[in-house]
Write a protein that binds this ligand. Structure first.
Ligand code: IPD
Ligand code: CA
Length: 275
């Protein structure tokens, strides 16, 4: 009997189809958001607090994406930030943030993105993050690398913690932010500097692109990190939560090996995973 190679876990045709759909949906929603942003854009609703806003455009973008998915792959599940929730029967689940960086979008700042991930039986196999005003599309397919537009990506070599440029973000609840500020107060003298970009999806892609050495945040939801996590990992980053754990709403950390362990350890000491 001859040794058979391990079967590929996901057929190439499925990965290619999911990538093509994710790119198409992100391109359409992104162009709609960029070109259709009203001058007098207002807040349609608030969620966890008065500063956790939803605009009419978040809702319209999510509808546009879920409509396209329902046409192209009617048996798939969907989880979206603005409430889309479909169980599905195919084993594929789409995880959607129709605008990540809603506050940037509201204020006319350029760093916001449409984030779309496809999971197969719970594992993310495709991630697309499209930042229309920046003209940047990040994409990754599990095992096939990460790209910015058509440029293959690789993280920066790990610097010492003291030389690391570290991105982070803050939640919408006042008590959580107060705690997050305490963590930053401890961390900032120990790193090169801190950045707060306003879109977790772009922050993860910035690690993939070598524009940040590392990124961490407490309190993200799957739609914030699903696509960016795969893009960062496919560019060579390690991602996780507390030591030994996968990334989760408790904590998300991304950095190249060598820096990842130091930052994750420091965040554990600082209790960055709790309010
Ligand atoms: C937020 C952004 C922000 C992060 C928040 C997220 P939204 O998502 O990713 O950078 O700090 O934790 O909730 O509300 O703009 O979709
Ligand atoms: Ca988000």
């Amino acid at each position: 009997m001859t040794d058979q190679p391990e079967p590929a876990p996901y057929p190439d045709a499925l990965k290619a189809e999911l990538l093509e759909i994710a790119l198409d949906a992100a391109a359409r929603a992104g162009a709609f958001l960029r070109d259709g942003r009203p001058e007098d854009l207002g807040v349609a609703a608030t969620k966890s607090s008065a500063v956790d806003v939803v605009t009419e455009m978040d809702i319209a973008s999510e509808k546009m994406i879920t409509g396209l998915l329902a046409d192209r792959r009617p048996d798939d599940g969907v989880l979206g930030e603005e409430g889309a929730s479909v169980e599905g029967s195919s084993g594929v689940q789409w995880v959607i943030d129709p605008i990540d960086g809603t506050v940037n979008y509201l204020y006319g700042l350029p760093s916001w993105a449409v984030s779309i991930a496809a999971r197969v039986h719970g594992e993310t196999v495709v991630g697309v993050v499209y930042a229309p005003v920046r003209g940047e599309t990040w994409r990754a397919v599990l095992g096939d690398g990460a790209f910015l537009n058509d440029r293959p990506l690789h993280v920066r070599p790990a610097p010492a913690l003291g030389l690391a440029l570290v991105g982070t973000g803050f939640g919408y609840l006042a008590e959580r932010r107060a705690r997050q500020a305490e963590v930053v107060r401890e961390l900032i003298p120990q790193v090169r500097d801190i950045r707060r970009g306003g879109s977790a999806a772009i922050d993860l892609c910035d690690v993939a692109t070598g524009r940040l050495d590392a990124y961490y945040e407490r309190g993200l939801n799957p739609w914030d990190y699903a696509a960016g996590d795969l893009i960062a990992r496919e560019a060579g980053a390690l991602t996780g939560g507390r030591p030994g754990e996968r990334l989760s709403p408790d904590l998300t950390v991304a950095a190249p090996s060598g820096l990842f362990e130091l930052l994750q350890g420091r965040l554990e000491e600082l209790g960055a995973w709790h309010d």
